[in-house]
Design a protein around this ligand. Structure first.
Ligand SMILES: NC(=O)c1ccc[n+]([C@@H]2O[C@H](COP(=O)([O-])OP(=O)(O)OC[C@H]3O[C@@H](n4cnc5c(N)ncnc54)[C@H](OP(=O)(O)O)[C@@H]3O)[C@@H](O)[C@H]2O)c1
Length: 322
């Protein structure tokens, strides 16, 4: 049925494969495209079971329990929920976590002093500073102060540089989770055109960097879009893989998506007490080949990769002493 030069996309899900051909973006009527749900929650559960086993093996071999120190400054309710979820997730896989809660008026010097102590504490393997920080504290100064070996968010410039060079020590949790979702759902990354909307240091920029690296988890041709991009739709409609990390509720509409594309929705937006993504799920699932939901998509994977990074940090600390 496909004409010459058609692009073949393949998305494999749990036990089934959906294949379709997309010779042109206006030809979708000729093809039966079924959106497959990229279930981040299910993948996260599976990966956390494996992490729990790896943590138990590590602790059995070394007598050391991986330990994450979380730092929360101020009273932002959303940040408090995120940190609580991370602590619970740690407990479930056998990772120790300690919360350092500081008042909103904490000075930069006081926070730096705490980070210095956590860097020195050999029982702490990973340090997580929950963002955003209060206005009187410069985030970059704090993130730069975290030991590169305990930088489980991979925000330190040395760790960012290693990612850019294709020899990562840690991968940042959200992009790492997105990449794992693509891999585990059988989305072909190599050779695909991936369009990342958003150029933040936390999501868009590192994710784009990861997808261009050599190897099967990379090798994509990546376009990065942002608020100054002209005619966004004309770019997104050519994406085999479309990743939205914008922070605007239901911003990506069906006519912005190439039929059969794999769509990953990083966005978390609260609308009328409901969490919604950056993608208009109800519309886009009619066009996409595969799509991640919100909630139940990237969110659980982000925490999962934090757990994986904490175990990696604990392993690195053992290598440093042996
Ligand atoms: N699921 C998770 O675990 C997780 C983790 C992190 C973030 N998030 C969510 O992901 C979303 C993005 O987070 P972030 O930290 O990357 O946000 P951010 O720092 O605010 O970055 C948003 C990006 O979107 C771009 N943008 C804004 N309006 C646009 C438009 N009309 N067209 C094209 N691009 C536009 C911005 O462009 P400029 O650079 O030009 O301003 C910016 O690069 C948020 O909803 C956040 O809550 C989820």
């Amino acid at each position: 049925m496909a004409n010459a030069g058609a692009t073949r996309y393949e998305v494999r899900g749990a036990g089934r494969a959906i294949r379709w051909f997309s010779p042109g973006i206006n030809d979708r009527d000729h093809f039966d495209v079924t959106a497959h749900i990229i279930d981040g929650k299910a993948l996260a559960d599976k990966m956390r079971s494996k992490i729990a086993k790896d943590v138990a093996d590590f602790s059995g071999d070394t007598g050391v329990t991986p330990h994450l120190a979380a730092v929360l400054v101020g009273d932002d309710p959303a940040s408090a929920v995120y940190v609580r979820n991370k602590e619970r997730a740690c407990a479930k896989v056998g990772i120790q976590s300690t919360l350092h809660r500081l008042p909103a008026e904490t000075t930069q010097a006081e926070l730096l002093e705490l980070i210095g102590r956590l860097n020195q504490d050999s029982s702490v393997h990973g340090i997580l500073v929950q963002l955003p920080l209060p206005k009187q504290i410069r985030e970059k100064t704090i993130l730069d102060a975290v030991s590169v070996l305990k930088d489980v968010d991979a925000f330190h410039p040395e760790n960012v540089g290693l990612i850019v060079q294709g020899r990562p020590r840690f991968l940042p949790c959200t992009p790492y989770g997105v990449q794992q979702m693509l891999i585990h759902h059988g989305v072909q990354i190599s050779g695909s055109h991936a369009v990342v909307i958003g150029r933040s240091e936390i999501v868009g920029k590192p994710l784009a960097n990861m997808l261009i690296q050599k190897g099967e988890a990379g090798n994509a041709t990546v376009t990065i879009c942002h608020s100054r991009t002209r005619d966004l739709k004309s770019i997104t409609r050519h994406a085999d893989i479309l990743i939205a990390a914008i922070g605007l509720p239901r911003f990506i509409k069906a006519d912005m998506v190439k039929p059969g594309a794999a769509v990953i929705d990083v966005g978390i937006n609260r609308v009328e007490e409901k969490l919604v993504g950056d993608v208009d799920f109800d519309q886009v699932c009619e066009v996409a080949g595969a799509i991640s939901p919100v909630p139940g998509g990237v969110g659980p994977m982000t925490i999962t990769m934090l757990l994986r990074n904490t175990l990696t940090a604990a392993t690195l600390s053992r290598k440093a002493v042996t």
